[in-house]
Design a protein around this ligand. Structure first.
Ligand code: KG4
Ligand code: ZN
Length: 340
């Protein structure tokens, strides 16, 4: 049995994260350090790329050191350095990639480049060691919306993707319009608790020829409704709008995941990404799974939002295959996982 430790670095958006994952007879999360930049970006209502890159530079060394301290291991115990290289904000990605390359070079250890969306899916292998491919996973986050068929631990194929916005992006934008702050997902979820999901009916886009998503319509529809209330000097029913919007988005996500599972004829479905923390989405997907006799998997919220444990988990499967990156590794802003 191969045993060892992977040190992973994540810096694709607004979290600088590092983790040590021990492997051999299963995974053991030795540390999971996340330095969130949320407070820094809050005043702008969203992530400012240049500010994100600068903050990653300040934090990356400290966060990696903290991950080793908490794991109780020194650099000498690290067998590979993993890093997110795509997709994400290019300046932010570059910070992690440059740090990981220098570290791998100086430690004389393999460098493992990791695709961020595949890593989100692999968070499920940490929380549910019994989950085995093939299965279908919805990755819904601030930057992504993909349903992937996971054929093996190293083969991922896109079955459906968004034609415009990501659901997390829609949550963040609507929260801003409703004056609920950033990040929008948790704020909308909280406001929705006191609202009626049936108060308003927002568009749920479905294409005739594909299982793809579109969230620009629901976003525009909610914004127009809010403007309508304010222009007439009527109070905005924030909680009802939040609940109805959340319902529309989560129903589409759950429906499409169910359709993809049917198409791929798999026995299990899973969730991943920041929006997978949403309790309504989890509930709806669990109900769909039960209805279809499928197994349902979802990581705990701390492994749904960006973290480096999931980067290490994805890297492990390349590590055991001896698939490594070179020191010419570059960051890539847009890179899909393979299409079906
Ligand atoms: O995975 P993540 O940390 O970063 C990306 O890779 O994009 O996802 C962040 C996104 C944000 O848009 C945030 O609003 C959303 O996940 N999010 C949620 C919830 N918690 C976080 N969306 C809906 N409901 C939640 N409870
Ligand atoms: Zn992410």
């Amino acid at each position: 049995m191969t045993t060892g430790h992977i040190l992973a670095i994540e810096s694709s958006c607004d979290e600088t994260a590092a983790a040590v994952l021990e492997f051999g007879g299963g995974f053991n999360v030795r540390s999971n350090i996340i330095a969130s930049q949320i407070e820094l970006h809050k005043i702008y209502g969203g992530v400012v790329p240049e500010i994100a890159s600068r903050k990653h530079i300040e934090s990356v060394t400290k966060v990696a050191q903290q991950a080793l301290i908490e794991a109780g291991v020194g650099f000498d115990k690290i067998d590979a350095v993993a890093v997110t290289y795509a997709p994400g904000l290019v300046g932010a990605l570059l910070v992690g990639v440059s740090y990981a390359k220098s570290l791998a070079f100086s430690l004389k250890k393999p460098l493992i480049p990791v695709h961020h969306i595949e890593a989100h899916i692999c968070a499920n292998f940490i929380s549910s060691p019994d989950l085995k491919p093939p299965f279908v996973c919805l990755v819904a986050s601030g930057g992504h919306c993909t349903v992937a068929l996971v054929e093996s631990y190293t083969d991922y194929h896109v079955m459906a993707t968004t034609r415009d916005d990501a659901p997390g992006e829609a949550f963040d934008k609507i929260a801003r319009v409703l004056g609920l702050g950033y990040p929008g997902g948790p704020a909308i979820q909280q406001a929705a608790e006191n609202g009626r999901a049936s108060a308003f009916s927002f568009p749920q886009v479905q294409f005739n020829d594909s299982l793809d998503f579109s969230f620009s319509g629901v976003k525009t529809s909610v914004i127009n409704m809010v403007h309508n209330f304010t222009q007439k000097d009527n109070p905005v029913p924030v909680e009802d709008i939040a609940a109805s919007f959340q319902q529309a988005v989560c129903e589409v996500l759950a429906d499409r995941l169910e359709a993809c599972a049917k198409k791929a004829n798999v026995k299990n479905i899973a969730l991943a990404g920041g929006v997978a923390s949403n309790t309504l989405l989890r509930k709806l997907c669990k109900e769909r799974a039960e209805r279809q006799g499928l197994g349902f998997y979802c990581p705990p919220p701390v492994l749904c939002t960006d973290n480096a444990v999931m980067i290490a988990a994805r890297a492990y499967f390349d590590f055991i295959k001896g698939k490594f990156g070179g020191l010419d590794l570059n960051a890539i802003a847009n890179l899909d996982i393979a299409k079906m």
